[in-house]
Write a protein that binds this ligand. Structure first.
Ligand SMILES: Cc1ncc(COP(=O)(O)O)c(C=O)c1O
Length: 390
């Protein structure tokens, strides 16, 4: 079959591939625990789900405006006001099919062939492929376990080229959990703005920050530089709504218009029913987030304490999201020479699925998600430890 050349620029999503392998074993009746998951293990809160049922009952089941119904666009503005005291209007908002579509549309709107995109390492696995699909070159900004995977102006300066057009800043980060303070965000964003580098701030984990001193957003600077920054967020992780596919972009109206034009030719609007659920989530009390966040914090502490006690494992303590990203390179040996082999070994021996760091640009690491119950997490960690240190 003759296929398009652009396909050679994309790899299959690594996270989805590991989950599929774990599922295959499960389907064979093997009891596998997946710590490869990238979604909360909680159900969508009842009051949100209820409004979707009402939308169906009242036949709110047709196409909507491509950018989203006016109520959900203003609900996003309300979110930015309530959480960050940032003022925006409907014209600054487009609703997309998850944070993922928002990011991709944004890159398609901003990049030309041959442009460079700065991507701090470790990165969310889709960024380089999305940038490549948009015709651009991913340029990686290194970090190391020694500095807790944090990038700084010096590392950005070194990676920056005359062709750099965009910086993708993900805080809290998937996979490292690194969360930048407002001071750090301001420094990094201002550095980019001064260099005329457009900043895409991916803040899909913004509600899952476990230490208030790290609560931060690029939206504050967006108010000052609306044509130099766009903020991506989603209801997926904060409101346990991954399957509803609700993401949004906050940006300059001219950019939003272009994103809507593009989306109108690709997917049109997000599902009408999901949008009604999104309005309820964003305009009601945000109290439903607290118990989930508390559980994630407890599991982070539990898993971090455990991993930190293992010989040869270096595990910086994440400030946000729901992943741990330990450096395990000291454990590599003839049985498992690298992270993918170690992950295969753990799946076979411990029956636990974790992600190799290669998928996130750091092959010395593995990623463990703690978006599973406390019992499951403890069981998985015990099994991993037994497999590694027997
Ligand atoms: C850093 C990051 N950005 C964006 C997304 C996409 O989120 P959504 O499920 O809303 O498309 C994810 C999902 O895992 C993520 O981890």
């Amino acid at each position: 079959m003759k296929l398009a050349n652009r396909l050679s620029r994309v790899k299959p999503s690594a996270t989805l591939a590991v989950n599929a392998k774990a599922l295959e074993l499960k389907n064979k009746g093997i009891d596998v625990i997946s710590l490869a998951v990238g979604e909360p293990d909680f159900p969508t809160p009842d009051h949100i789900a209820e409004s979707a049922k009402n939308a169906i009952d009242s036949h709110f089941t047709r196409y909507t405006a491509v950018a989203g119904i006016p109520e959900i666009r203003s609900a996003v503005c309300e979110y930015f006001k309530r959480i960050y005291n940032v003022t925006s209007k409907n014209e600054n908002v487009v609703i997309g099919n998850g944070g993922k579509q928002c990011l991709y549309n944004l890159l398609l709107c901003l990049l030309n062939d041959g442009d460079d995109v700065l991507i701090p390492v470790p990165y969310w696995t889709s960024y380089p492929d999305m940038a490549a699909l948009a015709g651009a070159n991913p340029v990686f900004v290194p970090s190391s376990v020694e500095n807790g995977y944090r990038i700084n102006i010096e590392s950005l300066e070194k990676a920056c080229t005359p062709k750099t057009r965009v910086l993708i800043l993900n805080s809290p980060s998937n996979p490292s959990g690194v969360t930048y303070s407002q001071k750090e965000i301001d420094e990094i964003v201002l550095w980019a703005v001064q260099k005329d580098i457009f900043v895409i701030a991916d803040e899909v984990y913004d509600q899952l920050v476990y230490n208030d001193e790290y609560k931060s957003t690029a939206a504050k600077l967006w108010e000052q530089y609306p044509d130099k920054i766009a903020v991506i967020n989603a209801l997926s992780k904060s409101f346990a709504m991954t399957g509803w596919r609700l993401g949004y972009t906050l940006a300059h109206p001219d950019l939003i218009k272009e994103m809507v034009k593009l989306q109108g030719q690709i997917t049109s609007s997000v599902c009408s029913i999901a949008q009604k659920a999104g309005v309820t989530a964003l305009t009601s009390s945000y109290g439903c987030i607290a118990p989930m966040k508390e559980a994630f914090k407890r599991r982070r502490d539990l898993a971090h304490a455990e991993l930190s006690s293992w010989e040869g494992v270096i595990c910086p303590k994440p400030e946000g999201a729901f992943y741990l990203f330990p450096d395990v390179s000291k454990l590599f040996c003839s049985k498992y020479k690298n992270a993918p082999e170690l992950c295969t070994y753990l799946l076979d021996e411990a029956k636990v699925a974790v992600m190799p760091g290669d998928a996130f640009g750091l092959p010395s690491c593995i990623r463990l998600s703690y978006a599973v119950s406390d019992e499951t997490l403890k069981k998985a960690l015990t099994a991993i430890k037994q497999a590694l240190y027997k």
